[in-house]
Write a protein that binds this ligand. Structure first.
Ligand code: PLP
Length: 454
């Protein structure tokens, strides 16, 4: 058994080329939090290439990848459908900033897939999508306060970084207070944000109480920090927002095309007014989109006359690379594959359910506080001692520390899982991959137990 204090040296010995790159990166490239692995100082691996469910680092080590780019890679790494589409597309120019057929085709595909979508606008990330959607919601309703949920993640613009997973935990558990996540965000931004708690009646009452100020209520239908089935609560949100004339927005950056082709809104059969997208829809390229009903998007839809748009102060939200032909064609190729192969969702969901169930049962039988919690083809390993009933349980210290140890051991044994993030399956994962994930997890959790970490 490798003891935890020997683990970093043991892994370090396997990755000399990565270590050299890390030293160069520390000198010139990085903030300490640009992407997940850099949060932790030791044993950062640098990827050389990836295919299907596997990645290889610059030292030639192979890993089973359970990170999947933080969610976009639903068909695995470098799937033929996107490689073919992109190889063809790239020869015809990589960006135009001029109208092109591919953005129309993609918009049509998305309006077909997404129940609430009558109109779509493209951008380049989930952050941009939620930023644009907030602006649209405010302009459409003429109100400025937005409601978001404690621990919800909506990217890194100022409004998203209030009570996100970074800083959550302020105020009472059922009526959280808005607080900024980091320096650089004006404190008075909190005056325009109402923070709510998941799955609780008090949130519904607070929406009623603030109805005259609220433009929009924003929620991930399956929150990455609280990935439980909230069907009833989402339905209550739909009812209270309709009753109060407030827009309801689903942030489907992860759940879109992941919970099924129609995303969270199809899974729960609830129609929001607005929805935001990113990740999968870009086919592995940077992408984002806002979709919604024509009424909810009315403040953004052009009249066709520049002077009239200016007069009406229509929302201005554009981007040099928005709707660029490479992203549109890569994304459309993936969406078309998913539309034409609905069985792939069933297979991914079944494989994920098998892995979760296998591990959860084994952990229970062995007295280890490990619980894989999630929906469809993604989940979080919850390693806390208390039952996971409130979002704040996921901030538990024991869980956080164990999670970091677990992911470092997993990587040492050839399974790449992100620290403190969601684990994803893809259509490229097969039964052997699922077994490798489960067996390696068991081995690691036992090693941790032997060192009294549980
Ligand atoms: C639900 C949700 N919204 C927004 C974002 C931000 O997307 P991006 O990282 O593309 O800016 C993320 C990213 O993980 C997300 O999970």
């Amino acid at each position: 058994m490798i003891e935890y204090d020997e683990l970093f040296t043991a892994t370090s010995n396997k990755i000399p080329n990565s270590n050299r790159l890390l030293e160069r990166a520390k000198d010139k490239l990085l903030s300490s939090m640009v992407t997940g692995p850099y949060r932790f100082p030791a044993n950062v691996i640098f990827v050389d290439h990836a295919k299907g469910s596997k990645i290889w680092d610059v030292d030639g080590n192979e890993y089973l990848d359970m990170t999947m780019g933080y969610g976009p890679l639903i068909l695995g790494h470098a799937p033929d459908v996107t490689v073919d589409a992109v190889q063809k597309a790239v020869c015809n120019g990589t960006t135009y900033a001029i109208a092109n057929e591919h953005e129309v085709l993609m918009a049509e595909e998305m309006c077909e897939a997404i129940p609430c979508a009558e109109r779509v606008a493209f951008c380049n990330s989930g952050t941009e999508a939620t930023m644009m959607a907030i602006k649209i919601a405010r302009a459409t309703t003429g109100r400025s306060t937005i409601a978001t949920f404690e621990g919800g993640y909506h990217g890194v613009h100022d409004y998203a970084l209030v009570g996100s997973p970074i800083s959550s935990g302020t105020g009472p558990a059922h009526a959280p207070e808005a607080s900024t996540d980091c320096n650089g965000i004006p404190e008075n931004i909190t005056e325009n944000i109402l923070k709510l708690a998941y799955n609780c009646d008090e949130s519904i009452e607070r929406i009623r109480q603030f109805k005259d100020d609220l433009a929009v209520v924003i929620i991930e239908p399956v929150p990455s920090g609280y990935p439980v089935n909230m069907q009833r609560f989402l339905q209550q949100l739909r009812e209270v927002t309709s009753e109060c004339g407030i827009l309801l927005m689903f942030d489907e950056v992860i759940s879109g095309f992941r919970c099924g082709y129609g995303g969270g809104q199809e899974k729960y059969d609830i129609l929001p007014d607005l929805a935001t997208y990113g990740k999968i829809m870009g086919g592995g390229f940077p992408a984002g989109a806002v979709a919604g009903s024509a009424a909810a998007m009315s403040s953004y839809i052009s009249s066709g006359e520049i002077a009239q748009d200016a007069n009406e102060r229509k929302v201005f939200a554009v981007g040099t690379f928005s709707g660029n032909p490479i992203t549109m064609q890569a994304g459309a190729a993936v969406l078309k594959f998913l539309r034409d192969n609905p069985d792939s969702y069933r297979k991914m969901d079944e494989l994920t359910a098998w892995a979760k169930q296998e591990l959860n049962q084994w952990a229970e039988d062995n007295g280890i506080a490990a619980n894989m919690i999630g929906e469809n083809s993604w989940f979080i390993p919850y390693l806390g001692d208390k039952p996971f009933t409130h979002y704040r349980d996921g901030k538990d210290n024991a869980h956080t520390l164990r999670n970091v140890v677990y992911s470092n051991y997993m990587r040492h044994y050839g399974v790449y899982i992100p620290d403190l993030h969601t684990i994803f399956f893809s259509t490229a994962h097969d039964q052997a991959d699922a077994e490798k994930f489960v067996e390696t997890s068991k081995k690691v959790l036992l090693i941790m137990k032997e060192q009294d970490m549980f």
